[in-house]
Design a protein around this ligand. Structure first.
Ligand SMILES: [Fe+2]
Length: 400
């Protein structure tokens, strides 16, 4: 771990990963410390359309109803877009509520870059959430999660109490854990990092001052998640190839005990026939490569595979077509542009570019390239994205 003082990657995975918490200072000038300098929360809160899956307000374990801080905007194309009313959010913050920004990696390039770096280490999808807490506040009540978290304190201080729980390596979280043995009582200061393995109960609060931290969630594959998915594919393959298992279970002239015996025998026969290592390995391979595509963010974006459809040059101007008719729907790692009779699903790395287009209405293409992080969105993916927008009449482009 080149960002944690005195900690190699192999030592982290041997001694800490899924085993024990780690409270550490980060290395000076490491890539984490950029977050403290570069994230502009005012900008994130005021210049983005924050839908309900991008902002939550919580206090003492209660989710404040979105009706208390959401407004509905009618866009120039007639569509209705929900968005958080930031003045109401600030007013709730002043009353002691914590503002949570889930999936921050989709709103902020600096955070997305850290997620990509962490994904390269952990080899799983990493999600980031920011917690903005006022003084003397509690967001979530004591709980443990079903995934590990890496917490980075951006500003202010936060008190963390860690306790053991009754559940070793839980698969899901629990908001009503029994009291366990106290493991740590610390105050996380600006620039410090805390690793909390799944199953460790945490009680988090602020005292005298405010706090901003980012939680990076690490949820590796577990065999318990994989087996049900792989089994479905295996059973389908198996039933398609051997007709004996597609036969009906005959209950004619049989009592209940005999029918249960019949079903048990056939089930055992199925499981025994499925022990072929080569067949299982083929299915696992197919599953692995398909899932890996979804779980690891692509630096180049999915659009690179699209063929050129027209010529886009950096010095061209673009204009948003005000009466273009589409709806935006956010998903986990993608977003969808819905037109009347079709839809296009795109990587979330381009969501910010589309919002910029909708807000600014017109501009020069090279301006996009100067504001996006080239590690996350490549020039060619922006070009291809603009071609899609041109093709679907969302923007017009012309030579300067
Ligand atoms: Fe948690």
């Amino acid at each position: 771990m080149d960002f944690i003082k005195n900690m190699t990657e192999s030592r982290f995975f041997d001694e800490y990963f899924e085993k024990k918490y780690l409270h550490a200072d980060i290395m000076a000038k490491s890539w984490f410390s950029n977050l403290t300098k570069k994230i502009d929360f005012d900008h994130i809160l005021t210049s983005q359309y924050l839908s309900q899956n991008r902002i939550q307000v919580i206090q003492n374990g209660i989710n404040i109803s979105p009706s208390e801080y959401f407004k509905f905007l009618t866009m120039s194309n007639g569509s209705v877009q929900e968005s958080a009313d930031i003045l109401k959010v600030i007013s709730l913050y002043d009353k002691g509520c914590t503002v949570l920004l889930p999936s921050l990696q989709n709103l902020c390039n600096e955070v997305r870059l850290i997620c990509i770096k962490l994904e390269n280490i952990f080899q799983v999808k990493i999600r980031a959430s920011a917690y903005l807490s006022p003084p003397n506040s509690i967001g979530f009540l004591p709980h443990y999660d079903g995934h590990d978290i890496l917490v980075y304190q951006i500003d202010g201080k936060k008190s963390w109490i860690l306790e053991s729980s009754e559940q070793d390596l839980p698969l899901s979280g629990n908001f009503e854990p029994d009291k366990g043995k106290r493991l740590l009582d610390c105050e996380l200061s600006k620039g410090q990092l805390l690793y909390v393995p799944r199953g460790v109960t945490h009680t988090v609060s602020t005292t005298g001052g405010h706090s901003i931290h980012i939680t990076f969630s690490i949820a590796p594959w577990r065999i318990s998640d994989i087996i049900p998915k792989i089994s479905t594919i295996m059973f389908e393959n198996f039933f398609n190839t051997d007709s004996i298992f597609r036969e009906s279970i005959l209950s004619y002239n049989k009592n209940e005990d005999q029918i249960i015996q019949d079903i048990t025998d056939k089930t055992i026969q199925v499981f025994e026939s499925m022990k072929d290592r080569e067949v299982i390995e083929e299915i696992v391979k197919e599953f692995y490569f398909r899932q890996r595509m979804d779980r690891i963010s692509s630096n180049s974006g999915i659009l690179n595979s699209l063929k050129s459809i027209s010529c886009i040059k950096n010095n061209m101007t673009w204009t948003f077509v005000e009466d273009s008719n589409f709806k935006l729907i956010s998903k986990e790692s993608t977003f969808v542009i819905h037109f009347k009779s079709k839809y296009i699903e795109l990587d979330n790395s381009l969501y910010g570019t589309l919002l910029l287009i909708m807000n600014k209405k017109k501009g020069v293409i090279k301006d996009f390239l100067s504001v996006v992080d080239s590690d996350i969105v490549t020039t060619s993916s922006i070009h291809n994205f603009l071609k899609i927008l041109v093709k679907n009449s969302i923007i017009l482009v012309s030579q300067c």
